[in-house]
Structure formats: C-alpha cells, structure tokens
Design a protein around this ligand. Structure first.
Ligand code: ADP
Length: 625
C-alpha cells in the first residue's frame, strides 16, 4: 500500500481551508457537484471533436446518495473520470488545478477551457468528512483507482474495480459536535434544499432516491413507502428565464456557481435580443478585480453557448480588451455547434453580437456613473485603469467610446469627477482642463506648480496613476477643451503670460546664464517664474514630455532614456532671489552652492531622486554654519 504526502503547501492550505475559507459548510456539496458537472462537460467536449464518441444526454448525470447507516454521502458522476496520475496530480496538489492543465492541453484544439481557477473546490469535502474516498475510472482507460485520504496526513492510491467511466466520491461524515451537526448532510430534505439553493442551474440532472408515501393501490387510507429516483435541479438555464421572474439573488447565485468571481457582482446585465441577430446574454460587472487581472495570465472572454449547449468556455472575441473585466455568457441559436475557434473569429454573427454587447456594457457603465455613483466609484477603483489603458491603446482608436467613462480626482470636489462634470464647472475665462501629476493626492496638493492655477480658482485634476497622463495625451482634448499640465510652459493665464519686462530680463540675464552653466546637463533653462506665489522654486518641462512621464518611462523595461526638458523656475518675489543676486556679485562659490541647493529642492518636491544626497545635506550644513 502506497501512502503519499500532500505537497507541503497543500497541507497548510488544506488545514486553512477546512477551517476557514467557507463560512458555510454546506457549500461542500456545491463544489463537488460543480466538479462533476465540469467532468461531464469534458466528456461532452471530447465528443464534439472525436467522432468515435457520441454524447447521449440521458447517460450523463450526477447522483447524490446519502446513507445514514454507514454515515456516508456519495456523489457519483458519469463524467470523464481520472487516471491514476490525474488522481495524484489533481487531488494531491491543492494549488494545481486540473482544470487549468486540461485547458492548456486543449486550448489549441478548440479554444475552450473549463471553469475553475483554483484547485480548492474538492478540498471543501474535508469540512464535513473525516475520510474522503474517490473511486474513478478515466475515459479510455481499462483500470480504475481508489484514492483515499483522512485529511492533512496524506493519501493512498490503489487499483480498484469499477465498471463504468466516471467518478464516485464517498464522504465518511464527521461525528456531530456541540457546535456542528453533520447528520443533516445525510437527510434527504436537507440535501434537496442545498442542491436547489446552489446547483439548480447545473445542466445535467442531479438525481437522488427520494422516499415517498403513496396511497396503497385499492385503498383510500393505507399508505406504503416507495423510493423513486428524482431529478432535484430544474436545469432551466437562468438566461432563458424572464427577467421579471428573477431576483438579484438569482443572479448572484449564478455568478458564484459559475465561478465568475469570489466577490459579489456589482451589476448584472441581462440581454435578450430577438431581431436580425438573436441571443440571450447575462453579463456581470464584478466588484473587485481578480488577483491576476492586471497580469499577462488573465484571460478575457465570455462563455459561449449554442442553443443552451456550452461550446466555448472563454470566447475572447466577444469582448474588447477595454471591457475585459466583464464576466458572463452568451447563448445564441444561430451559431453552428461544431464550430472551431478559427471559424468563430470570422463568424459574422459573432461579430455582431460582440458589437452589440460592447454597446450595452458602455451604456450600463454610463448609467451607473449617472445614477449609482457609489457603485461606479467602486467599479472605477477596480477597473478604472483598464478604461484608461483602453483610451491609450490602439493609438486611441476607442477614445471616443471611452472618454465619458473616465474619472479623475478633483482638487475642488475632493472626489472623483468625470470630464463632463469638469467642463461644465469651468470658469468663463478658463481655457484649459488643468491637471497635475504626482504620487498621491496629498503630494500633488502641495506642488508649487499648482499655486497659480489654484489661485485663479480653477479646478485641477490630480493624476496619480502612471497611465493617466498618457491617456490624456492620447485624448488631447475633451469637448474642444485641451488638457494642460500645471507644470507646462504656457498655462494660458494672464499673469503667467506677462513676460518679464526687458529691464527685468536684462537685469537678470547674467544671473540666469550663470545658473544655467552651473546646472549644465541637468536643466535646459533657468527662468523667472510667474506661476509661483509662495514657493521659491519649481521644475517645469518644455515640450511634450513632462516630468511625470519621464518618471514612468524610466522604469519601463525598454525605456529609450526619454528625458523631459527640465526648466528651473525661480520666484522673483521670494527672498532667496535677492540672496542669489547678491551672491552673483560677491561670491561665485556661494551662487553655485545656492543654485545646486535650489535645484535639489525642486527635485525633491517633484518626487525625483537627487544624485548625491550626502553632498546635498552637507551643503545645507554649510549654509547653516
Ligand atoms: P477545480 O475544480 O477548481 O480545478 P478541485 O480541487 O475542485 O479544483 O478539483 C481539482 C481537479 O480534480 C479538477 O480540476 C478536476 O480535474 C479533478 N476532479 C475533481 N473532481 C472530479 C470529478 N468528479 N471528475 C473528474 N475530475 C475531477
């Protein structure tokens, strides 16, 4: 007899699982039934492409068998089964989801994959059982195996007899404790209600032998007890039902059962179209982004059904990248069943559906923004970045579609504002949509560059994400109003445009050219600033590349060393300006010291690194003594 250990991380996870992941123990049944349903799906898929297999719907079912005498509950299915290796790999390693490797192997063939991202579902069995036995015979295999485990200690695996292909999971129920009653999981009525609650839409029959009292034939008061096999789940897919018959809970249940996410959906969109194209769809906008959402691992797509039969698990062509967060399914009568991935891509029908769906999603998001702002805020927290990427990518091809979904933090409202809201609040004499970029709202608030614009009473949008400025550059303008960084050269504000007088210029020419020499290679210019009110210095940029953009670009893997043309701006009404002038006349060393200090200060304010912090602090000490 072989006894094997679970892999280390599995063991820890298993213990955690058993005790905490699911608040309600009853969901173990949902998990096992979903696995069975997936396993039947897999046989079904094989039959789609393998002519030697036929899929006879009647021979595919799930059966739940309680047995009070033995204290067991058995879940039996006629799905694809597992080989010895699969039993070991799928049930011995918690982090490795069999569904995922099945997906990889079959991806190129027909592009589908199976629900289930984490291999944790099966382990839910240990929440209610002391011993879990899995007897399985894989499709195409002559041998069957028995896998058995008593929890975290490990498992055994041995050859076993089994006639038909499929899997049987036998749970040896725990003994009752003061807090928990496990007997109920062997009660018919209880099992029935759990199945109804969580697994009503499972596409295959979930059967159970149910005892019934029936009038004895020929009598009118004598009853006999008979046992008959019943199908517990209704199997009618939710998307075929009338919207009015469905509650918010029904949609949530569907979302969870389908493993679309672990959160609650923020919003559902139920579509029934009956025109030149006919389709039903249920789409969800999740509340939170999946852990891998902003990674290469994440795969977008909707489930695609043809007339109620699942033909593809993640049809990416149904969703544009900028709406890749949407989960859900589409069912259309007009799609051919034996369709391959290549064919699907060229399917006109599918393209029409995709276009239609995108429009509905956009409308829904827009109405969410208008009518349920709190929900939209939540949505934006999770997926706003994706919308901004959408504006930026494909050379701005979708910016028109997406611009009204954008929001940025407003200096005035102290909360997120749409561009439409911003523009509607613009002052009469205001030319531009102003923005300031930085690490956090708090830091931006204190940026000297914002002083003049804020002083004018203009609203400023705060950009804290890398992508922000790039997508705005792509947008260029909104409702004919151009975007303007508060650090850019021409702010379109009178005071700022008042060029220094000739006298002023002449007077300071020497000072600025000397300072420019001192900072050679670091800045392209040193100038008098009209935007500063109380701060002595700030940095601004000449040209298209702003300082924030330089920061973002510099951390990109293939950065081309793009630099902003930095300008050191000096506030002529600040006292240090006089000190600079004095130093120019009396002490060149001092001027060099001051200039470097000021430049480094400007860098710090901007959130940029200073090249030599030690020198910087030494210089401060020099000034102090
Ligand atoms: P998930 O279903 O999320 O992948 P599970 O821990 O529930 O994770 O199951 C792990 C794997 O074990 C599944 O992906 C599947 O390959 C296999 N498996 C579980 N139950 C069955 C079953 N009833 N029939 C066939 N394979 C199964």
């Amino acid at each position: 007899m072989e006894r094997k250990q679970f892999q280390a991380e599995s063991k820890r996870l298993l213990e955690m699982m058993i005790n905490s992941i699911y608040s309600q123990r009853e969901v173990f049944l949902r998990e096992l039934i979903s696995n069975s349903s997936d396993a039947i799906d897999k046989i079904y898929y094989k039959a789609l492409t393998d002519d030697s297999l036929t899929f006879d719907k009647d021979s595919y079912y799930i059966k739940v068998i309680p047995n009070k005498e033995n204290r067991t509950l058995t879940i039996k299915d006629t799905g694809i089964g597992m080989t010895k290796e699969e039993l070991e790999n799928n049930l011995g390693v918690i982090a490795k989801s069999g569904s995922l490797s099945f997906k990889k192997e079959n991806e190129t063939k027909d592009g589908h994959n199976i629900i289930g991202q984490f291999g944790v579902g099966f382990y839910a069995a240990f929440m209610v059982a002391d011993v879990v036995t899995v007897i399985s015979k894989a499709l195409g295999s002559d041998e069957a195996y028995k896998w058995e485990s008593e929890g975290a200690d490990g498992y055994t695996i041995n050859p076993f007899e089994k006639d038909i292909v499929g899997t049987e999971i036998i749970l040896k129920m725990k003994e009752n404790t003061e807090e928990e009653n496990y007997d109920e999981y062997m009660e018919e009525y209880r099992l029935k209600s759990i199945i109804k609650k969580y697994s009503d839409f499972i596409r295959y029959p979930i059967k159970m032998d149910v005892k019934n009292r029936k009038l004895k034939e020929g009598t009118d008061s004598e009853y006999e007890e008979i046992t008959e096999e019943q199908t517990i789940n209704s199997m009618i897919p939710i998307w075929r039902k009338n919207k009015n018959e469905l509650t918010e809970e029904d949609y949530e249940k569907f979302y969870q059962e389908k493993h679309y996410g672990f959160d609650k959906p923020l919003k559902h969109i139920h579509i029934s179209v009956d025109g030149t194209i006919r389709y039903n769809a249920i789409l969800f906008i999740p509340e939170n982004s999946p852990f891998d959402y902003y990674s290469k691992e994440y795969e977008k797509g909707l489930e695609l059904y043809s007339n109620g039969v699942l033909i593809m698990n993640k049809c990416g062509d149904l969703l544009p990248d900028y709406f890749s967060f949407v989960k859900g399914m589409v069912d259309s009568e007009d799609l051919s069943l034996n369709i391959s991935r290549e064919m699907l891509q060229h399917d006109r029908q599918l393209k029409l559906i995709a276009k239609n769906i995108s429009k509905k999603i956009k409308n829904e998001l827009q109405s969410l923004m208008k009518n349920e702002r709190e929900k939209y805020d939540q949505f934006y927290k999770s997926f706003g970045r994706q919308i901004k990427y959408g504006v930026y990518s494909d050379f701005g091809a979708n910016k028109e579609t997406l611009q009204d979904l954008l929001m940025f933090y407003s200096s005035k409202e102290k909360k997120m504002a749409s561009l439409e809201e911003y523009v509607s609040r613009m002052k009469d004499d205001q030319k531009y949509i102003y923005y300031a970029a930085g690490e956090s709202y708090e830091r931006i608030e204190k940026l000297p560059q914002t002083e003049l614009v804020a002083d004018r009473g203009y609203e400023i949008l705060y950009f804290t994400e890398d992508i922000d400025e790039f997508s705005i550059k792509m947008l260029m303008s909104y409702k004919d109003k151009e975007f303007k960084s508060v650090s850019s050269g021409d702010l379109g504000i009178e005071e700022e445009n008042q060029k220094p007088t000739e006298a002023e210029e002449k007077e300071n020419e020497e000072l600025f050219s000397t300072m420019k020499e001192i900072l050679a290679g670091k800045v392209t210019d040193v100038r008098i600033s009209k935007r500063l009110k109380s701060h002595p210095v700030c940095l601004s940029a000449d040209g298209e590349v702003t300082i924030e953009m330089e920061k973002v670009l510099s951390i990109m893997p293939d950065s081309q060393n793009v630099k902003a043309n930095k300008v050191l701006e000096i506030n002529p009404s600040h006292e240090v300006f006089q000190s600079l002038k004095n130093a120019l006349e009396k002490d060149q060393d001092k001027l060099s010291l001051y200039t470097n200090l000021l430049f480094n200060q400007a860098l710090l304010i901007e959130g940029l690194p200073i090249t030599d912090p030690v020198e910087f602090t030494n210089n401060i000490c020099k000034v102090m003594v």
